[in-house]
Structure formats: C-alpha cells, structure tokens
Write a protein that binds this ligand. Structure first.
Ligand code: FAD
Ligand code: NAG
Ligand code: NAG
Length: 437
C-alpha cells in the first residue's frame, strides 16, 4: 500500500512515521527546498507527547526540550500570579509529560524517525492538482504520482483542501494576530534585572492575560534561548498573511503591562507578525482515497497550544487505521471502495475532538482577553480559588475537559473503532458500510 503525503510540516511528518511503522510505502512531497520550522518555540502538551512516545521520538524531545514545572497565568498590569496550574509537572495525570521545545528540534526528531523508517522525502515538489478518481497528484512541474492513499497535510493555506471541496475555502480571520520572536539568555542577562532573571530561571510557561491581548513566554534549549509570543487585535490588512514585526510597535502595544514583560520585549531585535486564522468546522475532510489532516482541515487559534498536537494525533490515527486495514486482507478484496471507508472512519474519529479544540480556543480568546471589570474580577477570583473541578464555565479549570483533551488515548480509541468497523464489515455480506459521522 502506497501513501503520498503532501507537506512535511509536523502533521505530515508524524503521519509518515506512523504509516512507515505499519510497513506502508510512504513518499512526502514538500514544496519548500528544505524543512521549514516556522516560528521558534512550540508547546508539546501531554496528548502530543503521548503520540511522540508512540512514534518513538519522546526520548529525543525530552533531551532537546524542557519538561515544564508549571504554567503561570499572571495579571497583565502588575504581573500578579493569578493561577499556577498544578498538573503539568507529573506524567501521572495524563500519561505523558508537558514539554516546550524549539520547532527545529521537534521537526528534526520527526524527520530522522521518518528517514530511519524508510520514508522518501522530495523537496521542491509543489502539488497543484489532485485527481480523486485516479488517486493521483500532479506537481507544478507537470509530473504526476499515483498512490493508494493521498494525505493533504499542506497546512493553513492548503491547496489539497480547495481541490477536495471543489472551491476555494480559505481559513477565516479570527480578529487576532501574533508577534513571534526569540532571544538568547545573554540578551536577557544584559538587562541586569533581578526580577526578569528570576522569572527566566524557571521551567515554566508564563502567560500574562489582559484586555484584548495576552503574552506567552517560555525557555528553549535548556534555558539558553527564550520564546515570546504576543497576541493582540489584528491590524494587518485583510488578506495579508505575515509581515515583519516592528519592535517599537510591540513595545507601544504592551505599554501598560508588567514591567518585566516590557523589559523582555526590549530584548527582541526582530520579530514576525502573523495573522491568526481558523476553520470552525470544515464540511468534509475526505474524498475518494484522499484525506486531509492538521491545519489543512482544522486550523485553530493557538490559545490551547493544541494545533500541532491535533495534527500529530491525526497522523498517528491515520497511520494506525491504514496499518490495521492492510492486515485485514480479506476485507480489502471484498469492499468496493475500502480505503475511502477507512478514511471516513478516520474523519469520524477525529472531527468531534478537533472541532471541540477549535471552539475551546475561541472560548479562550474570550476569557483571556476580558476587559477589566466585574467579569474579569470573577474570572480572576475563580482562577485564584480554582479547585480544579468540573462545574466551571471556563474549561481551562475543568478536570473532565482537561482529562479528555490531554489524557485521551487516540491509538486505543482507533483500535477499538477499527475492530467495530471490521466486525460490522464481516457481518454485512459485502454491502457498503458507511462510517457514521
Ligand atoms: C503563534 C502560534 C503559536 C502556536 N503554538 C502552538 C503550540 O504551542 N502547540 C501546538 O501544538 N501548536 C501550536 N501552534 C499551531 C501549529 O503551529 C500548527 O497547528 C501546526 O504547525 C500545523 O502543522 P501542519 O503539519 O498541519 O501544517 P504546516 O506546519 O503548515 O505544514 C504544511 C507543509 O505543507 C507544505 N505545503 C504547503 N502547500 C504545499 C503544496 N501545494 N505542495 C507541497 N507542499 C506544500 C508547506 O511548505 C509546509 O511545510 C501555534 C501556531 C501559531 C500561529
Ligand atoms: C467545555 O467542555 C464541555 C465538555 O467537554 C463541552 O461540551 C463544551 O463545548 C466546552 N466549551 C467550550 C467553549 O469549548
Ligand atoms: C465531575 O467530575 C467527576 C470526577 O471526574 C465525575 O465523576 C462527575 O461525573 C463530573 N460531573 C459532571 C457534572 O460532569
């Protein structure tokens, strides 16, 4: 069984490793001339770390990344601690650690695993057409490549998505943008600021929450580098995707904020500015033997740190389902459009979860960015006294929601779903079975 994956982002690479683990033949077609880790840092929440373990790269991520001791939510104006999230330090609760890592290290770990597993990767290969009858992609050069399965893992501005739907379906602007930048420990130390040094010596993610904006800060490379993301109302022109970020503008935007944050911003020499877009729910992710994954089908505001996490879950589930299917040879000869059924099963397993995440991120946009006033005071009081219970309107402090988001075992889930599908198939005398969505 041959799988062609369009795009070598975190999602495409994870899918490639998962497929190769099942002894499928995998080729990745990547438009860029080399691997492109966009943005510097990334959080790897426990559900993504669990997938990393499944793909055999968790030790590498632990070696290159930083396992968190905490996530600190602070008030924008004075930096007062609102909430020290109690359950990030231990694996016990969710079955895997919570890490932060440089994207280049994350991508390299996936890439090395893919190459070791025999995946073929072609760079400078831009896909511009998909033939759904023949299960074939055409490159910009005119070259074609056919496969048993095609996976569109080509990100936020996915070409595969538009071809699959049959019309352009660009992601929707969320009204927010992100500045992303990094700097070194030496730059921080040059500030000579005791309070900043104290903040930076911890293995924590610090998030300052304020009216219509928030800021996220964490260490990389064992504390030798730092990652800063600033979120604010979008002032890029409609349709713009990315621009150079001006440090002066960033300073002015956070003028009223915690002195330490402003000093940290002053360390930046360069930053980029990204329009944040999403899709609340795409109508369909599959057509024939072609399926989408990751940002191509469920791009999200990054406010639950789950975009890439959901992409690697997609990849692991898809690889596992195709592997299980490959082993059920009798089914393959009986079913008329077998791969299409498996892909619909994949979509049905993944869509509810990823849609919940996109909606959760929209809810976080609201809660994080409350203007000062009674609702914000109520939020802060709830955070201060959070009992980590489930009767909260804010799912951030809901034990059930967090268990489902971070502790869910997607592989076990899809093995169970495949078994149910297989049994129905075996009992259905070759009649077409459609996965429930
Ligand atoms: C500010 C910010 C912070 C974030 N923080 C986090 C976080 O902490 N944790 C987290 O889990 N997620 C986070 N995310 C989300 C995360 O970055 C994305 O969800 C994730 O990178 C998506 O991966 P992907 O593989 O689906 O797509 P991409 O990474 O976009 O990869 C798509 C690939 O396809 C290639 N491609 C595109 N078109 C074609 C074509 N026609 N032919 C061939 N190749 C093509 C591209 O070159 C690219 O390599 C954040 C996002 C932002 C903006
Ligand atoms: C909060 O969690 C519950 C339970 O999972 C879910 O039904 C609800 O949609 C969530 N709310 C948001 C805004 O994500
Ligand atoms: C709250 O959480 C507990 C423990 O996880 C669970 O038993 C209970 O059913 C939950 N209640 C609601 C209303 O979801």
């Amino acid at each position: 069984m041959k799988v062609v994956i369009v795009g070598s982002g975190i999602g495409g690479l994870a899918c490639a490793v998962a497929c190769a683990q099942e002894s499928l033949e995998v080729t990745i077609l990547e438009r860029a001339p080399q691997l492109v880790p966009v943005g510097a840092g990334i959080q790897v929440p426990p559900n993504a770390a669990r997938v990393a373990r499944y793909l055999g790269i968790l030790p590498k991520l632990l070696e290159k990344g930083v396992a968190l001791d905490g996530i600190h939510y602070r008030r924008y104006a004075n930096g007062k601690m609102l909430f020290d999230r109690p359950n990030v330090k231990t694996d016990e609760q969710y079955g895997a650690p919570w890490l932060v890592i440089h994207r280049a290290d994350y991508i390299d770990a996936l890439y090395q695993a893919a190459i070791a597993a025999g995946v073929e990767l072609q760079f400078g290969a831009e896909v511009d057409h998909v033939d759904f009858e023949r299960t074939e992609v055409r490159l910009k050069t005119g070259e074609t490549m056919s496969a048993d399965v095609i996976v569109g893992a080509d990100g936020l501005w996915s070409t595969s998505r538009d071809r699959l739907l049959g019309f352009p379906s660009p992601p929707v602007e969320t009204g927010d943008l992100a500045y992303r930048g990094t700097f070194t420990k030496a730059q921080l130390e040059a500030l000579n600021d005791l309070e900043v040094n104290k903040l930076c010596s911890k293995k924590v993610v610090t998030a300052w929450l304020g009216p219509s904006k928030h800021a996220v800060f964490y260490p990389l490379k064992g504390g030798q580098q730092f990652n800063l993301v600033l979120l604010r109302p979008d002032n890029l022109p409609i349709g713009a995707r990315q621009e150079q970020g001006e440090v002066d503008e960033m300073q002015a935007t956070f003028e009223e904020w915690d002195e330490r944050l402003r000093r940290i911003i002053s360390c930046l020499s360069a930053a980029s500015k990204w329009k944040l877009c999403h899709h609340e729910e795409l109508r369909t992710w599959t057509r024939g033997s072609v399926a989408l994954l990751g940002d191509a089908c469920h791009p999200t505001l990054p406010y639950q740190a789950q975009g890439a996490a959901m992409a690697v879950e997609d990849g692991a589930v898809l690889g596992k389902l195709l592997g299980l299917f490959k082993k059920s040879i009798h089914l393959r000869s009986e079913v008329k459009h077998p791969v299409a059924e498996i892909l619909r099963l994949y979509e049905s397993l993944r869509k509810a979860r990823t849609t919940l995440n996109v909606k959760g991120a929209i809810a976080s946009q609201y809660w994080y960015h409350l203007p000062d006033g009674p609702e914000q005071e109520a939020r802060d009081a709830e955070l201060e006294t959070a009992k980590w219970c489930n009767d909260t309107k804010w799912n951030l402090t809901s034990v059930d929601y967090q268990n489902d988001l971070l502790g869910f075992d997607v592989i076990k889930d899809c093995e169970g779903a495949f078994e149910t599908w297989r049994q129905k198939r075996d009992n259905s005398d070759g009649r077409q079975f459609t996965a429930e969505t």
